[in-house]
Design a protein around this ligand. Structure first.
Ligand code: HEM
Length: 465
């Protein structure tokens, strides 16, 4: 690979972080960003950098210590995410992902409060109902090969539809299928190293026509929902995030944070931050349950001991099911579904002794951290027991485990993500024995890496227990 010179030599630092200089190495990053950047970190160390001609320096932080040094010890230097064509075309005010200062605090609190209210209220019931719809869809196939990835994506997408639009959609509803497809495309198109990240002007060329079309579809879909919500809003009974948002609008001042024009992209951020990662987590969980039949049996035994067959799983059961809980934690470690966070640096800052100049772009490589041998014993092995106490009765948390990020922009949906994985997973395993379809190859563990690592499409057989 060859080291670039660490030549900045700012006083008292080791200079700019080392990294590859060969353009072919850099151009290869988007082929499989999580693996490629992690492999580079084995060569260059936990902090390395690269630069594409004509674009700012990109710095990759690859383990817990340096990620913490950035996001906790120097949080004010890393206030927002990397500029993307979305931000470039839509602005940042009101965006959950990009807003700054006081706006960021207000919009984050708006989402956290809304999630808390819905989680304590309707959400548990809705996730359980959706799990029932999913079981019915599995049942219809009568043990034949079921195309699973789309079903799980739609089931998880429905939770976000209920949360944002107040309704679920049938699994063959064309509108929701297209919405989920558009989000899938946006997540894939915006992966690290995609040239449009470095050269935003490319966004206006034919190369990114499909990206633009997907964005336009999402925008139109959400705007229509907002319009119909305005006509039927009852402030005494907010149904979803759109209602909560509409209730915060005070007037028509375009500078207000909550504003009719901007409503759609705050809602879009809530939807897209949650639906794709949750769907990916669910897909990996089901794929790993099929792959490890012995573990599926242990989860089934816990379901029998704690829930039985007469009633449906409740989220509170999770506390009494340590193996199932550890299995879910290991899924999110083993396939780190959000492999990177991104940040922009607003002042010169020193991390691990290296100078990171103002204006650099940062990748927080959560994927590398979740397979760092300094933290994890045999990291490439799928082993839920790493999250259990020796007597296997309780779950142990590991402070170095950060698949949901850290600091003031960490994941807001941890409880909901757990609720979905647990309720969808246990409802299915309570009723069915899940195996890969014998006529199809098993999905490779590598997955497809965009801003989310998704499992390749697979079919499974669900035979009634
Ligand atoms: C398995 C499921 C999920 C995983 C693995 C996951 C992971 C993450 C990670 C790693 C980040 C931080 C990225 C960074 O450092 O820039 C993040 C941010 C975020 N997540 Fe999740 N997430 C999941 C599900 C959800 C759900 C269900 C919601 C519900 C609304 C949600 C809402 C958010 C939001 C709003 C942010 C942005 C926070 C901010 O910028 O202040 N996530 N997620």
């Amino acid at each position: 690979m060859g080291l670039s010179s660490s030549s900045s030599n700012a006083k008292g630092t080791k200079g700019i972080p080392p990294g590859p200089w060969n353009p072919m190495t850099i151009l290869n990053i988007p082929t499989s960003p999580a693996e490629n950047l992690t492999e580079m970190s084995h060569y260059y160390g936990p902090v390395f950098s690269f630069r594409m001609p004509g674009s700012p320096l990109t710095v990759v932080l690859n383990n817990y210590t340096v990620i913490r040094e950035a996001l906790i010890d120097n949080a004010e230097a890393f206030p927002t995410r990397v500029t993307s064509p979305l931000r470039h075309s839509w602005g940042i005010k009101g965006r959950i992902f990009y807003s700054l200062g006081e706006d960021q605090k207000v919009i984050r609190k708006f989402v956290l409060d809304g999630l808390k209210d819905f989680q304590e209220g309707i959400l548990f019931v809705k996730v359980s109902e959706e799990a029932r719809h999913l079981c019915e869809a599995f049942d219809k196939e009568k043990g034949k090969g079921i195309e699973t990835t789309n079903l799980l994506t739609l089931a998880s997408g429905n939770i976000m539809s209920i949360l944002n639009f107040g309704q679920r959609y049938d699994y063959n509803d064309e509108r929701i299928l297209k919405l989920m497809e558009s989000f899938d495309y946006l997540h894939l198109a915006l992966k690290p190293g995609n040239p449009v990240q470095q050269y935003p002007w490319l966004y206006d060329t034919f190369l990114y026509r499909q990206l633009k079309e997907s964005q336009e579809y999402v925008k139109k879909f959400i705007k229509e929902e907002i319009k119909s919500h305005r006509a039927t809003l009852d402030p005494a009974n907010p149904r979803d995030f759109i209602d909560l948002y509409l209730m915060r609008i005070k007037g028509n001042d375009p500078d207000d944070l909550f504003n009719y024009e901007r409503a759609w992209y705050t809602i879009k951020d809530v939807f897209s931050s949650s639906s794709n990662p949750s769907a990916a987590g669910l897909q990996w969980m089901i794929a790993l349950v099929c792959r490890h039949q012995d573990m599926q049996e242990k989860i089934y035994q816990e379901v029998q001991a704690v829930i039985g067959n007469e009633r449906l799983p409740a989220f509170s059961d999770l506390q009494k099911m340590p193996f199932t809980h550890a299995f879910m934690m290991e899924v999110l470690r083993f396939r780190t579904v959000v492999p990177f966070g991104t940040r922009e640096v607003i002042r010169d800052v020193v991390i691990d002794g290296y100078l990171i100049p103002k204006g650099s772009r940062i990748y927080l490589n959560y994927w590398a951290n979740e397979r760092d041998p300094a933290i994890w014993n045999n990291p490439s092995e799928f082993n839920p027991e790493r999250f259990l106490t020796p007597e296997k009765k309780n779950v142990v948390k590991n402070k170095y485990n950060i698949p949901l990020g850290m600091g003031h922009r960490d994941c807001m949906g941890q409880t909901l993500a757990n609720m979905e994985m647990f309720l969808f997973g246990t409802n299915l395993i309570q009723k069915f024995r899940l195996t890969f379809s014998p006529d199809e190859p098993e999905p490779p563990l590598r997955g497809i890496c965009g801003t989310v690592v998704v499992c390749e499409k697979f079919k499974l057989c669900a035979s009634r227990r």
